[in-house]
Design a protein around this ligand. Structure first.
Ligand code: ZN
Length: 56
């Protein structure tokens, strides 16, 4: 029981992923959960925004 709970908890914790910007290729750090961005993340170079809820 506790092992299963631990597994599910880990799966639902946001992860920091480095996603290449689709516009300029700069690496954008995006917090993701279940394969989706959990917050808007702006490219530091071209200001492209990966919106919350975007599949990454
Ligand atoms: Zn960019």
């Amino acid at each position: 029981m506790s092992i299963l709970d631990g597994c599910q908890e880990g799966k639902h914790t946001p992860m920091l992923q480095e996603i290449p910007c689709p516009v300029c290729g700069e690496v954008i750090e995006v917090f993701t959960k279940d394969g989706k961005a959990v917050a808007d993340s702006e490219c530091s170079k071209c200001k492209y925004v990966i919106k919350e809820g975007t599949t990454v």
